[in-house]
Design a binder for this molecule. Sequence first.
Ligand SMILES: Nc1ncnc2c1ncn2[C@@H]1O[C@H](COP(=O)(O)OP(=O)(O)OP(=O)(O)O)[C@@H](O)[C@H]1O
Ligand SMILES: [Mg+2]
Length: 265
Amino acid sequence: MSAAALHVRGLTAGYGPVTALRGVSLDVPDGAVVAVLGGNGAGKSTLLRALSRTLAFHGGAVTDGTVTFADRPLHTLPPDRIVAAGLCHVPEGRQVFARMTVEDNLRAGALAARKGTKAGAFKRVHELFPVLAERARQRAGLLSGGEQQMLAVARALMASPRLLLLDEPSLGLAPLMAARIADTIREINAQGTSVLLVEQNAALALRLASQAYVLEVGEVTIEGPAPELAASDEVRRRYLGVVDEEAADDAAPAEVPHLARWEHA
Ligand SMILES: Nc1ncnc2c1ncn2[C@@H]1O[C@H](COP(=O)(O)OP(=O)(O)OP(=O)(O)O)[C@@H](O)[C@H]1O
Ligand SMILES: [Mg+2]
């Protein structure tokens, strides 16, 4: 089997007259976690929809560019072949089937699984998310927001993807729950699944990723190794919420004990 690397070149997409992606190129090496950062409306969800070929369901279309995965062109495949090709997309807003049980949500995820990958999938997701085993017969709509996000990720894993596309998995979660989701993403990756992670939570994404891209108004404006982006002044100021440190030093009183305590917490 060829290495499951994703290569995106010159991807241009939009919704009618609105161009949402302009000539986006990026790579997800086999086995990597790659992050895409960007503010509201930057085109992050559009990128994932273009990759999973679900853009048409949102009234959009890809107008230019190529996508290859494991040396196969994806941009010509129909959407129902994408999961079989090894990509699974967890859309933003954790869209679980609220009226179905947790177990049936997981079964639904296995429907599109690649041949020979179903056995062991339940065991794997129950090990990753023990709470989903405990709540197997509960309706998914009754789970907490964080548990629903876990279920959305777990449902995608039931298809044993080689590349997981995650759209803002930490959105709306309390810091502790977001940290648990981050740990799980690390574990999923350690088990051999590549991850393309779209996040507004740049701090979380840069801790997980080896490589990162910044998307602004549909274009890649910054790219590089995640530690380099985490150290860059522009990324720190615009995406990590770090204020200009010199100005902050000038403005700060000589002693700020509660800030010092916070730093060492
Ligand atoms: N279904 C749609 N129909 C028309 N325009 C859309 C649609 N979805 C997104 N857009 C537009 O495309 C652009 C990119 O939106 P997109 O949802 O990809 O951004 P995003 O980076 O995911 O933002 P957010 O962080 O808010 O989720 C925006 O200008 C948005 O208004
Ligand atoms: Mg989005």
